[in-house]
Design a protein around this ligand. Structure first.
Ligand SMILES: NC(=O)c1ccc[n+]([C@@H]2O[C@H](COP(=O)([O-])OP(=O)(O)OC[C@H]3O[C@@H](n4cnc5c(N)ncnc54)[C@H](OP(=O)(O)O)[C@@H]3O)[C@@H](O)[C@H]2O)c1
Length: 261
């Protein structure tokens, strides 16, 4: 992206990976539109980045109407980058995890991601340029016992991005799409999912600086660590039941820190 000015919409910008995208994109000369629910955090991030380099919007995108209103508000800025990143996880066996939380997660991780992907892609094609980065996860390559709905939601993000990437390539679209598939990253993600993990994640800074370097060549998949690249490659070779058992062993190492029911 070099020194050219861009305008980036970032969902899930109030925390973790999204907040770091905001910092690093702004440092590279982008104007950033920060989206999330937590106004206090968004306001603090705007102050940190500089009010001349960003604006913020509060919306609960699990609500379709609010998500469409958010889209209508931020498109006024004529963005050319979408970091479609908001998301969260729900932990627990399928028969025990909270249905309400899972449906809300599907609304954010799938429905809102889908809606913003589609509407901005149409805008970007009309304007003849743009880049959409959907935040998936390495979980998108595996069945995920103990966190099955989260893993499935990320499989949707991966499959949707891959298929649209092909459509764009076939019609030689000027718009790029990539899917970011990290393994563990040290953010509020686990705490919000009500779990603690023994797996040490990479920092959001590492995740985002790697991703922005990769975005210069617009690959379909952006997978920040070597072992996640190996999981992604292995997932295509291993039988589904073996992948599922491997994910089961990984998830079993996590401890519930909050009542999810
Ligand atoms: N951390 C990891 O290990 C990891 C690994 C792979 C993929 N990911 C993915 O990375 C993305 C970012 O997660 P993170 O790790 O940075 O976690 P995080 O620190 O918990 O951030 C999640 C972000 O999503 C936003 N969000 C959640 N529900 C929302 C809603 N209903 N409406 C609007 N915004 C909502 C939150 O904003 P508000 O609370 O302000 O609404 C927050 O900014 C997610 O899609 C996650 O699935 C994370």
């Amino acid at each position: 992206m070099g020194s050219i000015q861009h305008i980036a919409v970032i969902t899930g910008a109030s925390s973790g990976i999204g907040a770091e995208f905001a910092r690093q994109l702004a440092a590279r000369g982008c104007y950033v539109l920060l989206c999330g629910r937590n106004e206090e955090r968004l306001r603090a991030l705007r102050k940190e980045i500089g009010a001349d380099k960003c604006d913020y919007f509060t919306a609960d995108i699990s609500d379709t109407r609010s998500c469409i209103d958010l889209y209508a508000a931020v498109r006024e800025y004529h963005p050319d980058i979408l970091i479609n990143n908001a998301g969260f996880g729900v932990y627990g066996d399928f028969t025990e995890s909270s249905l309400t939380k899972e449906l809300s997660m599907i609304d954010v991780n799938i429905k809102a991601m889908h809606l913003l992907f589609k509407l901005f892609l149409k805008d970007f094609e009309k304007q003849g340029r743009g880049y959409i980065l959907n935040t998936g996860s390495i979980a998108g390559f595996l069945p995920g016992p103990h966190m099955s709905s989260y893993y499935s939601s990320k499989a949707y993000v991966v499959r949707q991005t891959v298929a649209v990437h092909t459509e764009l390539a076939m019609r030689k679209s000027p718009v790029h799409v990539s899917v970011l598939c990290p393994g563990p990253v040290t953010t509020d993600f686990n705490r919000n999912a009500g779990i603690s993990s023994i797996f040490k994640g990479i920092s959001p800074e590492e995740c985002v600086s790697y991703t922005l370097r990769q975005m210069k060549r617009a690959p379909l998949f952006i997978i920040p660590t070597l072992y996640c690249k190996a999981i992604a490659a292995g997932s295509h070779l291993a039988p589904q039941r073996l992948s599922s058992f491997a994910a089961y062993l990984m998830q079993k190492g996590k401890k519930r820190i909050a009542d999810d029911a």
